[in-house]
Design a protein around this ligand. Structure first.
Ligand SMILES: Cc1cc2nc3c(=O)[nH]c(=O)nc-3n(C[C@H](O)[C@H](O)[C@H](O)COP(=O)(O)OP(=O)(O)OC[C@H]3O[C@@H](n4cnc5c(N)ncnc54)[C@H](O)[C@@H]3O)c2cc1C
Length: 507
């Protein structure tokens, strides 16, 4: 007989196997001598009173047989001689599409503008240390896309989801810690992701697929509404089926589609700042303790409200993390957040963004399908122009932001290129600033210690989701006007942001 029981453990007892077994037996009402093995199915922290671990455990008695799941890799086919599918973009969407091709018996050829995961590192250093942004190799472009040096949070509150477990299993088969199958808030960390991404490429190649780096797609050849060729910086490739997975930052692709009169449409997105607190303060607020036990993870928060029909919410919160420069072209400042697997930096950062509708972009004078993209780009450029031409980002202390005053000096930050004091209300669109400010005041009523001048806000958090949608038929998943073109991933404008919360409160 298999029992499934819920057990609570204090953080200091997390690795006490004997205590866990005793608790399991007492919950299941069985004798210790009958237990053959147990398996933790789910692990979460309940911080509502004092922080406690909640474990969902399957218990196997000696008469049970535990059946282990077959490897996903065993479902892949050798595809050397199979029909080819071109996949543009080696981000998470592109690589998982390639694995799906192996499963279905197609030969994926992945075309990527950037470099392999390891070679990207040099370009990231150039952004961090010298403020030089390579438009083909940066925090968003290159093998693994924006996912490689991302935070690696693997959970979603989106209700629109596929088989999340199978995605996690693919990651484990390629080197991720099996804990991600168990944790309620699985997280990989930017230090571990590059090797996992490299191993996924190895699988694609082992089964007969191909990955072409340093191939920027510059054009498509289309005849009678059917895609025929993909033109790259290194020559052209014949194509009958093309998966377009270039992400939400490939502005040149959106412009190319517009110029070729391939149907695209402006789409709502979100805009705001990244807020950074000392991690110890967030731990104190969330765990109610001066110092966090070593077995507890750096604590996170999630905040959301609706003000005058505009949502304001925390986005991609990175406990124990770093703010990183995520611009994809010279002349713009964009910030995002990541963390290492141990989440041990002394800072906690999160995007804090307000939703931007197509109507907002039109009101600001932008037109057509690129209205939201241009609105987004303008704000990023304004942030850059306020600085010294490097990737130093404009910043303010949080209370000073709320009160629209210049910060005399700024506290330490995790953002390596550096920050400079600048009133962000002078750079953000007025209505966005006003909503952020009111939301902070509202969050401060719920969590007074959150509003402190020990925290800073840094501009600008603008790449939360695509500002353009590339339409596709919901059944065939193909573009409604171009036969053989399959928009996919975040750049298509259908993906929900993985950590966007449900509304916590309305005002
Ligand atoms: C710092 C940071 C932290 C993040 N943290 C998280 C997180 O914790 N959890 C989470 O779920 N999400 C996170 N994200 C977001 C996540 O990375 C994206 O949602 C995800 O990468 C989108 O996948 P994608 O494949 O659709 O697009 P992308 O990852 O953007 O990949 C697109 C790929 O297409 C390539 N490409 C673009 N144009 C061309 C062209 N013309 N020719 C050829 N190739 C091209 C790019 O180089 C890139 O490799 C983070 C992002 C960043 C930047």
């Amino acid at each position: 007989m298999i029992y499934q029981v819920e057990v609570t453990l204090d953080p200091q007892d997390l690795y006490d196997a004997d205590l866990l077994k005793r608790k399991i037996c007492s919950k299941a009402g069985i004798d210790l001598s009958t237990v053959a093995s147990y398996h933790i199915e789910r692990r979460s922290v309940d911080a509502r009173k004092r922080p406690t671990y909640l474990l969902l455990v399957s218990v196997y008695t000696k008469s049970d047989k535990r059946i282990s799941e077959p490897l996903i890799r065993d479902t892949y086919n050798r595809v050397e001689n199979a029909e080819e599918i071109l996949i543009i973009g080696a981000g998470p969407a592109g690589y998982f599409a390639a694995l799906k091709c192996l499963e279905l018996g197609y030969r994926p050829i992945v075309i990527e503008r950037g470099k392999d995961a390891r070679s990207r590192r040099r370009d990231l250093r150039a952004i961090q240390q010298f403020g030089i942004v390579n438009p083909d190799s940066n925090y968003c472009f290159g093998e693994g896309g924006a996912g490689t040096y991302s935070d690696g949070k693997l959970y979603t509150r989106s209700k629109k989801r596929g088989n999340v477990k199978s995605i996690l299993r693919v990651l484990v088969e390629h080197g991720a810690d099996p804990d991600i199958l168990v944790d309620a808030h699985p997280h990989i960390g930017s230090n571990r992701l590059p090797d996992i991404i490299t191993a996924i490429r190895q699988t694609i190649e082992d089964f007969g697929g191909q990955v072409l780096f340093n191939h920027r797609v510059t054009d498509f050849e289309i005849q009678q509404h059917q895609i025929k060729k993909v033109i790259t910086s290194q020559g052209s490739l014949t194509a009958r089926k093309v998966i377009l997975a270039t992400g939400h930052s490939a502005r040149d692709i959106y412009y190319l589609l517009e110029q070729k009169e391939i149907l695209i449409e402006a789409k709502d997105f979100a805009l705001g700042v990244r807020v950074e607190h000392p991690q110890s303060l967030i731990d104190k607020i969330q765990y109610g303790q001066q110092s966090r036990h070593q077995n507890l993870p750096a604590s996170a928060y999630r905040l959301a409200c609706t003000l005058n029909h505009r949502g304001v919410f925390s986005f991609c919160m990175c406990p124990g993390g770093l703010i990183v420069p995520a611009a994809t072209a010279p002349g713009e400042i964009v910030v995002n957040g990541m963390s290492l697997s141990r989440r041990d930096s002394p800072f906690a950062n999160s995007g804090m963004v307000a939703s931007v509708g197509v109507g907002d972009a039109l009101k600001h004078g932008y037109k057509g399908s690129m209205a939201c993209l241009q609105f987004q780009q303008k704000v990023e450029q304004r942030m850059f122009e306020s600085g010294d031409g490097s990737q130093k980002a404009p910043a303010q202390r949080l209370k000073d932001f709320i009160n629209s005053i210049n910060s005399k000096e700024l506290p330490p930050t995790s953002y390596i290129p550096g920050i400079f004091s600048q009133r962000l209300d002078q750079l953000l669109p007025r209505d966005i600033y006003e909503h952020l400010k009111r939301a902070f005041v509202f969050f401060g009523e719920k969590m007074p210690e959150f509003i402190t001048n020990d925290a800073i806000v840094v501009g600008v958090e603008s790449r939360t989701s695509a500002p353009v949608r590339i339409p596709r038929d919901s059944t065939t998943m193909m573009h409604p006007k171009i036969i053989g073109l399959y928009p996919c991933g975040e750049g298509a404008g259908y993906a929900g942001e993985l950590s966007q919360p449900r509304s916590m409160a309305n005002k």
